[in-house]
Ligand binder design. Sequence first.
Ligand code: FAD
Length: 464
Amino acid sequence: MMELESSGWDVIVAGGGNAGLCAAIEAAETGARVLILDAAPKPYRGGNSRHTRNFRCMHRGPLSVLTGSYGEEEYYDDLLRVTKGKTDEDLARMTIRMSEECLPWMEAHGVRFQPSLSGTLSLSRTNAFFLGGGKALVNAYYNTAEDLGVSVVYDASVGHVVIENGRFTGLEVDISGKTHLIEGQALVIASGGFQANTDWLAEAWGPAARNFLIRGTPYNRGRILRDMLDQGAESVGDPTQCHAVAIDGRAAQFDAGIVTRLDCVPFSIVVNRDGQRFYNEGEDVWPKRYAIWGRIVAAQPEQVGYAIIDSKAVNDFMPSVFPPETADTIEGLAQKLGLAGNALAETIREYNAACRPGTFDGTDLDRLSTQGIEPPKTNWARPIDTPPYFGYELRPGVTFTYLGLRVDRTAQVQTGNGPLSNVWAAGETMAGSILGEGYLAGFGMTIGTVFGRIAGQEAAKYVA
Ligand SMILES: Cc1cc2nc3c(=O)[nH]c(=O)nc-3n(C[C@H](O)[C@H](O)[C@H](O)COP(=O)(O)OP(=O)(O)OC[C@H]3O[C@@H](n4cnc5c(N)ncnc54)[C@H](O)[C@@H]3O)c2cc1C
């Protein structure tokens, strides 16, 4: 570890993911002395940002790898649809407008883009994909930051923000089992959500939260968020709101990233631990329904579901990272999945009897629907009758939480008594100011880039 100076810092950035790095780079470019503190060890640097693939970007004509155009009104309409209106229009529109100038800024600071691959072509107009994914983006920003003289300390968890008379003066930071006081003139908080803190999740979700898997970093535990809220910072967002999807139940508890997603649900039936179906698996095409299944599975006993398919369906979706369980009989499959064989067999018998003849089309809504069962399956309903049979365990995978710090257009953190004069926040930790509910693919990185840059500029201006 570098020899850490305990004072003399102009800008301290707490959290070294996308938002923190953008802030650090902007501040360092003005000549400020900048320190990044991150709770993770170096190999795990970059938080949830290292799992990302793209960001959503407004553009008036073709821009870098982005095709066509994507204007402010269309972008804002897309946001309104997913948030059901729960957004701050002023902050949202500012973020959207500023996303356009972010793309060239990102390229100028080391990020490389690539055209969408097949399978993501529907996003080629709206979302710019990072060459090498989020990990390459994070590494490029760390290189840029280090070239600018930014100091970085890993394994450094900020536990307390010292605030005196509405001003930040220093941080209490745990490093190698000791608490250090580190002083600076300005603070940027970019420490993500609290989804890796199971106790906090359980406060909002009840004991069910203990069975959730966390798709990203184990270090986003909301330590700074809690400390700031305890000290009177204003909160935004609902503690029970989070982005959660259904992922392979065998995924690691933390950090499994994007590869554990399962795309088999529309072609399967999904049963709970008791072998009972509980939701229309064929409601819509998977990208549109993907995000709701996290909550649906979370509402089942022990927060688990099982997707069952037969050999007719096994090639209709993107292959999974872990192979499915398989058997030549339903009872054999049930045994491998730990389900009661007779209950599963009875559910499948009833479902098969409700399937109607018709033409299956896995590429579009085919209206091949069941009749006379609850819940119905309204598309892609074919009998499960052709062995071998396959099964996947599904569990809720939390992407991030929405409760965060309220900020204004300058990213300044607000309290009941007005703004904190030298504290700014960026990224997931304030994203609830804009995303009250739902999620728009690629918008997390947009919010982090826009507000990270603003926070870094404002902090540097204050210091100057
Ligand atoms: C699997 C997955 C895929 C995703 N894909 C996309 C995508 O393609 N596009 C998109 O826009 N969004 C995506 N997201 C969401 C995206 O990751 C976030 O919106 C974004 O990374 C948030 O950036 P951030 O800088 O705010 O937080 P992070 O990148 O999570 O960084 C926060 C940092 O703070 C550190 N930290 C936490 N607590 C402390 C503390 N007490 N002291 C010091 N440091 C601390 C952490 O170690 C971490 O490094 C995805 C998320 C996941 C999990």
